[in-house]
Design a protein. Structure first.
Length: 168
């Protein structure tokens, strides 16, 4: 008797799965379709982040205060290669001094991951220039966190770490 009830329950469960599968084919708002839409949205967000990050890189090299103001969130936390934490206002104040002069600056090995309205970009930043007349030539790992606020992506957190030269 128990076996018969178990068999009947299994048959009922199987019928429910089949009915759900048929419903997904007919219903465009099914969870399967939503998962595909989310994947497409993630790909779109990755493209947006890539574009915004290129703007951020240009702002760094050009020391563009207006671009910094637009791209950096008001509650930004920036941690530089020496471990010094700076706010948006402090970063912009430093840019306004004109102490940094870049010959070039670019990202390499970029990896973007999107989590809803948050994106994490990891990469290597390579630059050359002068700071207060003293030459620098850096190679740094970085993590930049973007958050989408009011329809626009902004940098909410950024941290750079110097890559040590290879040991002889």
């Amino acid at each position: 008797m128990k076996r018969r009830i178990s068999s009947m329950m299994m048959a009922a469960i199987a019928l429910c799965f089949l009915a759900c599968a048929k419903n997904e084919e007919k219903n465009p708002s099914s969870p399967t379709v939503k998962a595909v839409a989310t994947t497409e949205s993630t790909a779109d967000a990755e493209k947006e982040i890539s574009t915004i990050n290129e703007e951020y890189e240009k702002a760094i090299v050009r020391q563009d205060v207006a671009a910094y103001d637009r791209l950096l969130a008001d509650d930004l936390i920036f941690t530089d290669q020496d471990g010094i934490v700076k706010t948006k206002a402090e970063v912009i104040k430093e840019v306004r001094t004109g102490d940094y002069k870049f010959e070039y600056g670019r990202s390499e090995e970029k990896k973007i991951r999107v989590f809803g309205n948050t994106a994490v970009l990891n990469g290597i930043w390579v630059d050359k220039g002068t700071y207060k007349g003293k030459e620098f030539n850096d190679r740094q790992r970085y993590t930049t966190v973007y958050v989408k606020k009011n329809g626009s992506w902004q940098v909410i957190s950024d941290q750079v770490t110097n890559i040590a030269p290879p040991k002889p």
